[in-house]
Design a binder for this molecule. Sequence first.
Ligand SMILES: Nc1ncnc2c1ncn2[C@@H]1O[C@H](COP(=O)(O)OP(=O)(O)O)[C@@H](O)[C@H]1O
Ligand SMILES: Cc1ncsc1CCOP(=O)(O)O
Ligand SMILES: [Mg+2]
Length: 257
Amino acid sequence: MSKKQQFNKILNELKVQAPLVHNITNYVVMNTTANALLAIGASPVMAHAIEEVEEITSIASALVINMGTLSPKWVEAMELAIKKANQLNIPVVFDPVGVGASSYRTKTALSIIEKYKPSVIRGNASEILALTQLSNKTKGVDSTISSENALNAAQELSKKLNSTIVISGAVDYIITGNLIDKVTKGKPIMAKVTGMGCTATSIIGSCIAVNQNYHVASYMAMELMGKAGNKAEKISKGTGSFQINFLDALYQISNKE
Ligand SMILES: Nc1ncnc2c1ncn2[C@@H]1O[C@H](COP(=O)(O)OP(=O)(O)O)[C@@H](O)[C@H]1O
Ligand SMILES: Cc1ncsc1CCOP(=O)(O)O
Ligand SMILES: [Mg+2]
């Protein structure tokens, strides 16, 4: 099957299956990522209470764990949800937002990846590098380095955890062991809008829900991000209109191609 056919197949499966995607994510992006998932045909649910996360994960087709605005109760909820997902073979994507910026974030992220080995980990280059503790150059939640700088770290991490690693940036890399693919369709304005990385992570969540090849699913998710970013940038006057145009572009691509 060609890459284009695989891309269309995933978009079609999203519409046919409308997979339930359980997100434990941050306050900043909840609305953004829920709308992005709806635009492409998935069904989002945001739930982080320790009283309910296991039940919600049990009925979901994928789990998205994003530690953007973490606190102890949330981390407890994340662990309960990932344990349940692993028990039930539900795929998990982890977004280590801001890992390296504080020792609490680093300790939490390292513990999660080592204990639960998420199916996919998506971060910017600074975050992926911080996960291997080779560098602490995260500037809050934004990257200070280019994707290439984290390639070796990502490959090492992928082999150690048996996970697919996605490094986002001007070039997105999708790495599974010795397999490396890249996507170069994005636009710099995407880094100027909050939640674009988190949106990529949630879209990966929806794609691994409908395609068990996590490398291919992650690649197609980043293709979709790049295509939508490209389309939206052409008609946007700045970051405000870009945010709305990006959502429209996701919807249009998902419903046309
Ligand atoms: N300089 C850039 N040029 C093109 N696309 C970019 C650039 N920076 C980020 N992107 C795109 O923006 C999205 C979010 O990536 P990124 O900004 O790295 O995540 P985060 O918000 O977690 O730091 C990805 O789809 C990526 O391809
Ligand atoms: C600004 C900010 N602060 C804590 S979480 C968050 C959102 C980060 O989203 P993204 O990494 O997708 O830009
Ligand atoms: Mg991020």
